[in-house]
Write a protein of this length. Structure first.
Length: 458
């Protein structure tokens, strides 16, 4: 099973690449695969689908409702009463409630207010709020807040991906750095092995003391230890990368042994545009959506300060007149209801609490925007410094490499000692390690700027 997964991972990761690069995993491809297959990414997508269903649920408050009921009494062979009522009620998004009802009542002991013509009585009715609920109510506010929550779920998905891809990208760069260090360790190990063989030949010919053979052998062992350490670091880095490779969030995949990370490259910053980058930052967008949600809540609570005053009107018609549209507007039933708390302490306090939440959210948003701008400036400063340091360390490594090569030529000509050659190579190794380190830091700075601007998850 492990072998099948391994083969499948090779096909999955390398199928979109050309033949000459199919053994190299690029950071962009790695992050794209995570975005499409990682469990956290799929959970975030499901949260968006759930928010979409909440919008649909809120729309259900305005679905037409069919209603009906029957109440009958029979005693001693007589129909005391039979009351039958049915119809449909239609809530609207402007706060009015429409209804179309029909009553068919009969019986010898029927309550006078329930008496209707023999063919029945139908009525078209409307219920209109003229006070509380005229401009908004709980159902309309719930629908609008559900739409805001849907937008929030999309932003939260983007933020979840931003965090996930940033974390995965950091581990990928560590993998690149470890592979570059392993390549360097293998390079100097090869040099040490070749030198030992040459020193042994020279010692056998009497051109070199036996002590040089011992020193060259010790250096080779040291270089072998360094190679083994770097191989372990690469293996652990690959294991960390495999944590992020999934197939549709359910099947964990493995990296094939022949897959390696793309070579570290110097990453230079572009032009700085903090204001433009941060204007559409998902965190700030999320704050704006939170403010929109609180504004909807505030408007609803302002509406609660009004008295509840509802008027209803019902046009009464027989079924025959209703079907022929010969309405008589002299037959109707109407009514009105009124209620209002005297002190409004509950409503006023609730509104004050929402206003304080709004004020705090605005303050938090301003602080977060300032923090993000400062953080981006810091990252940009680090990035510029890392680019400068990488260029400096590259020059230093090249010069130490030239010195080491020249020293080896002198050593081969008998004009230098093995101790000096090893010292030159140690300086080269140290400078090259610094160069690799700063190359990785420029990549991390590039990744960090995308993270701080919230664009990784887009």
């Amino acid at each position: 099973m492990r072998y099948v997964i391994l083969l499948f991972s090779v096909f999955l990761i390398s199928s979109s690449w050309s033949q000459d690069t199919m053994m190299t995993l690029r950071l962009a491809d790695f992050l794209q695969h995570i975005k499409e297959n990682h469990p956290i990414a799929l959970i975030a997508s499901n949260d968006v689908l759930r928010a979409e269903q909440v919008v649909r649920l809120s729309k259900g408050n305005f679905d037409p409702v069919a209603i009906g009921g029957i109440d009958q009494k029979y005693y001693d062979g007589s129909t005391y009463y039979s009351i039958l009522s049915s119809g449909i009620k239609i809530p609207t998004r402007i706060g009015w409630n429409l209804k179309m009802m029909g009553d068919w009542n009969s019986g010898i002991f029927l309550n006078p207010e329930n008496r209707v013509p023999t063919e029945g009585l139908t009525y078209l009715g409307i219920d209109v709020p003229l006070g509380r609920g005229m401009f908004t109510d709980a159902q309309r506010t719930q629908l609008k807040r559900a739409a805001v929550a849907f937008d929030q779920s999309n932003i939260q998905k983007q933020l979840a991906l931003n965090d996930l891809l940033y974390e995965a990208g950091q581990y990928f760069i560590i993998w690149q750095e470890q592979e570059a260090q392993l390549a360097l360790a293998q390079e100097v190990y090869t040099l040490a092995k070749t030198r030992l063989e040459q020193v042994k030949i020279n010692a056998a010919l009497g051109e070199r003391p036996e002590m040089d053979t011992l020193e060259a052998s010790a250096v080779l062992i040291l270089r072998e230890l360094e190679v083994n350490e770097k191989m372990l670091s690469v293996q652990n880095a690959r294991l960390q990368i495999e944590n992020y490779i999934w197939e549709k969030g359910t099947l964990p995949l493995l990296l094939a042994p022949m897959i390696s990370a793309e070579t570290l490259q110097l990453s230079k910053p572009g032009s700085l545009a903090i204001t433009e980058n941060l204007t559409l930052h998902p965190i700030l967008t999320l704050y704006n959506l939170k403010i929109s949600d609180l504004e909807l809540e505030r408007k609803l609570k302002i509406e609660q300060l009004k008295p509840q005053f509802n008027v209803n009107y019902n046009l009464l018609q027989t079924p025959k007149n209703l079907l022929s549209t010969q309405f008589s507007f002299t037959n109707y039933k109407w009514g009105a209801t009124f209620s209002m708390p005297i002190l409004l302490r509950k409503e006023r306090s609730s509104l004050a609490i929402t206003r304080l939440y709004l004020e705090n959210t605005h303050l938090e948003m301003d602080k977060k925007q300032r923090d993000l701008a400062t953080k981006q400036l810091q990252i940009r400063n680090e990035w510029n410094n890392n680019v400068l340091q990488s260029q400096t360390s590259s020059t230093m490594a090249e010069r130490y490499l030239s010195l080491a090569a020249a020293e080896r030529q002198l050593f081969e000509g008998g004009e230098s000692s093995l101790f000096i050659v090893n010292a030159r190579e140690i300086n080269y190794i140290s400078a090259k390690m610094k160069y690799i380190e700063y190359l990785a830091k420029t990549q991390k700075s590039a990744l960090s700027e995308k993270y701080i601007t919230g664009t990784l998850g887009m």
